[in-house]
Design a binder for this molecule. Structure first.
Ligand code: DPN
Ligand code: CA
Ligand code: ZN
Length: 339
């Protein structure tokens, strides 16, 4: 199967995005919730802020992913039934909410894997805003922090977006990637499946991988020279929440890498993996200096108890704010092209 076809156009103005302006992050024009069909050509005059996403809704999805792992040999890894059940679960939720979903299959050394792509109808497809994260776990465990958290946070935000029934300026798409743990295979396959025009149509890609580490850090990806405006908007949202985040060179270690390599602007947030929290970080974030952000990284104990729900809540609300702002961003409004 192929991902949803989209038309594409030149990307301009991204580098000028939100330059020095946190106020640009508040509010998106939403359609009348009563109207059944988003109208891609018309923005409502109604301004509305992103909702505060209840973390309980995110945790409910994590509970489902834990149950899926429990019922399938303890993991949700590529080639295993637990991964396919994870895809089925997320797809059913998005379908019921009105997304147009597509499952893209591809081969790996561990068997067939799948990407799940979900499009919100409407918006300018030549300035598509995409968010994604990997849905697979490693073989060793259920992968609840890595990356049930990113998957559940994106899913919950997508469902809240559908609930608001917006008619955003830009087309909005979500990606749930397979086989990240085998070497970023799903996201790479997806990007490779796009035409040059479709790549050009992707105006921004936000990645979320590990958002509820039990000794949480608050990191913003800083490995993409084209992603500065995205990075700065994420940083501004942490600032608004009173969190002094750190920029981190994640060196392409997650699914934004394939997008970045094709010059699509990328950024993301991250609560830390096997690395250890420094005393400076512990001083500003709380937590245990000298301990791993996630002591259960890639281990059997990465289960439903391996999540800091406060960090997950903060990151989910940040995703919602990001989506609401960038879905309505004027990518043609700035003077600077990143291409
Ligand atoms: N890519 C993550 C994993 O799935 O193992 C770890 C990671 C996430 C590393 C984000 C850096 C940044
Ligand atoms: Ca919340
Ligand atoms: Zn991992």
């Amino acid at each position: 199967m192929t991902p949803a076809r989209t038309r594409i156009a030149a990307l301009t103005g991204v580098a000028a995005l939100l330059a020095g302006s946190a106020s640009a992050l508040s509010g998106i024009a939403l359609s009348d919730p009563a109207s059944a069909q988003p109208d891609p050509g018309t923005l409502s005059l109604q301004e509305d802020a992103a909702p505060d996403i209840p973390v309980e809704a995110v945790v409910a999805h994590l509970d489902e992913l834990q149950s899926i792992a429990d019922a399938n040999g303890g993991n949700r890894s590529t080639g295993q039934r637990g991964y396919e059940a994870s895809v089925d679960y997320v797809q059913a939720q998005l379908d019921a909410a009105g997304f147009v979903t597509e499952v893209q299959s591809f081969s790996t050394r561990a068997g067939t894997s799948y990407n799940l792509i979900a499009d919100w109808p409407g918006g300018d497809t030549t300035s598509t805003v995409m968010m994604g994260g990997h849905l697979d776990s490693v073989d060793e465990g259920p992968g609840i922090n890595d990356n049930g958290t990113g998957s559940a946070a994106i899913l919950t935000t997508a469902l809240a977006f559908a609930e608001a029934n917006p008619a955003p300026a830009n087309h909005v798409r979500f990606g749930f990637w397979g086989a990240e743990e085998l070497g970023l295979l799903g996201s790479t396959h997806y990007v490779d499946s796009l035409s040059a025009t479709q790549v050009d149509d992707l105006a921004a890609y936000f990645n979320f991988d590990m958002l509820g580490s039990p000794n949480p850090g608050y990191f913003v990806y800083d490995d993409d020279a084209n992603g500065t405006a995205l990075r700065d908007s994420l940083t501004a949202l942490y600032d608004e929440a009173g969190i002094e985040s750190d920029h981190i060179d994640v060196d392409g270690r997650s699914d934004h890498a394939a997008f970045m390599q094709r010059d699509i602007p990328t950024a993301g947030t991250f609560s830390g993996a096997e690395g250890q929290m420094t005393s400076a970080q512990a001083a500003k974030w709380g937590g245990q200096a000298g301990s791993a952000f996630d002591p259960c990284y890639h281990a059997a104990c990465d289960d439903i108890d391996n999540v800091d729900t406060a960090a997950l809540d903060l990151n989910t609300d940040l995703i919602a704010d990001t989506l609401w702002a960038w879905a309505d961003h004027d990518f043609d409004g700035g003077p600077t092209s990143v291409h």
